[in-house]
Design a protein around this ligand. Structure first.
Ligand code: NAP
Length: 329
């Protein structure tokens, strides 16, 4: 009887937003993957972690910042290690990568899952992630970096009726940046895992960066879709490139004055993203190819990611979940 080889995949961050999507994408392809979850000791007793075990996954408990020998034990036998750790803990992956190298992990997917941005002062999130990427390359650890554009779930404007507030991270959102005509890659959070499942089965993506996206739209186009589908007129607050530069300077000063302040970090990340997406116009398929990325849409033409219009209809139909629970910015 023929036996099918299953990749042993260990996922870190499965209780988080990106991690949940990746777990779902892997579990939808059970014939290809034996999925295990890496959990820190402090979270082992969480109800969300217990729920994961009930979904047919095996838990491995280890502290990724702990002694490397015990971490090597936790990573032994793993074919693919995927990290979906939150941004604040990005640099904890330095120790994790070193242990992965020692354990003989065949592919590490570090936590990128962000927009296409060049390193070097444009977006501090990118620069921190790049420290991890450079460390991986110095280790000569096989890797794949996956970037996904900006989530649909963070890209839609709120409506005057309050109809989409249930799924919005933002109390209100109707800012339009730099004229609103610069298109940017966006993706349904729920498709990230489906892309990842395809990417990690593919030898062509070994030691490469890959970009994946569902739609390529400007803010004006997103607002137009929401107005057409909802029948509502959305207030549009225009912020010029100069206004954005001033916001960026204020956010940098606030962070410098209080480097441990979580809200100052969130504020700085938001304006960095906006500057990169709408002033520099970085997050495009063309620029990604220039930076050397492979295009997941070209690699997997049979996979049809959800388009923003379909997402928006689900949103208006009340069928979506808000990311990050009750947290509102
Ligand atoms: N493209 C976009 O639009 C977009 C939007 C948001 C985020 N992102 C990116 O997505 C990435 C993931 O962010 P997220 O918002 O999905 O994360 P999240 O929801 O905050 O989840 C973070 C996960 O990391 C785990 N974790 C944190 N520290 C850990 C540690 N020391 N040891 C083990 N596990 C640890 C948490 O586990 P516990 O259960 O133990 O806490 C949780 O599962 C970030 O790097 C961010 O840059 C991209």
């Amino acid at each position: 009887m023929a036996t099918t080889f299953k990749q042993k995949v260990l996922l870190l961050g499965a209780t988080g937003e990106t991690g949940k999507s990746i777990l779902q994408g892997l579990l939808e392809d059970k014939d290809s993957f034996d999925v295990q979850i890496l959990v820190r000791p402090a979270s082992a007793g969480k109800p969300q972690v217990k729920a994961l075990a009930e979904r047919g996954t095996t838990l491995r408990i280890a502290d990724i910042q702990g002694p490397i020998e015990s971490l090597v034990d936790a990573l032994t036998g793993v074919d693919v290690l995927i990290s979906a750790i939150d941004f604040a803990n990005t640099l904890a992956q330095i120790n994790l990568a070193a242990a992965a190298k020692k354990a003989g992990v065949k592919r590490f997917v570090p936590c990128s899952f962000t927009t296409v941005v060049p390193p070097g002062g444009v977006m501090s999130i990118r620069d921190t992630k790049e420290e991890v990427n450079q460390h991986i390359r110095k280790l000569y650890l096989p890797y794949t970096i996956v970037d996904v554009g900006y989530w649909y779930q963070l890209s839609f404007p709120t409506l005057p009726s309050g109809r989409v507030d249930y799924a919005s991270l933002f109390k209100t959102k109707f800012d339009i940046h730099n004229g609103g005509s610069t298109p940017t890659m966006i993706t349904d959070l729920r498709d990230i895992g489906r892309f990842v499942a395809l990417i990690i089965k593919d030898q062509r993506t070994m030691n490469k960066s890959v970009f994946a996206y569902g739609d390529f739209l400007s803010e004006n186009e997103i607002f137009d879709i929401m107005e057409t589908l909802s029948g509502e007129n959305i207030e549009r607050k225009y912020i010029s490139a100069d206004g954005m530069a001033a916001q960026r300077a204020r956010a940098a000063a606030a962070l410098k004055a209080d480097p441990d302040n979580f809200h100052a970090h969130v504020g700085k990340s938001k304006v960095d993203y906006e500057y990169s997406k709408y002033v520099r116009g970085d997050n495009t398929p063309e620029y990604a190819r220039y930076l050397g990325y492979l295009d997941a849409r070209e690699l997997y033409p049979d996979f049809r990611p959800k388009r923003f219009r379909e997402f928006a209809q689900e949103l208006l139909d009340g069928k979506l979940e808000k990311p990050y629970g009750q947290w509102v910015v």
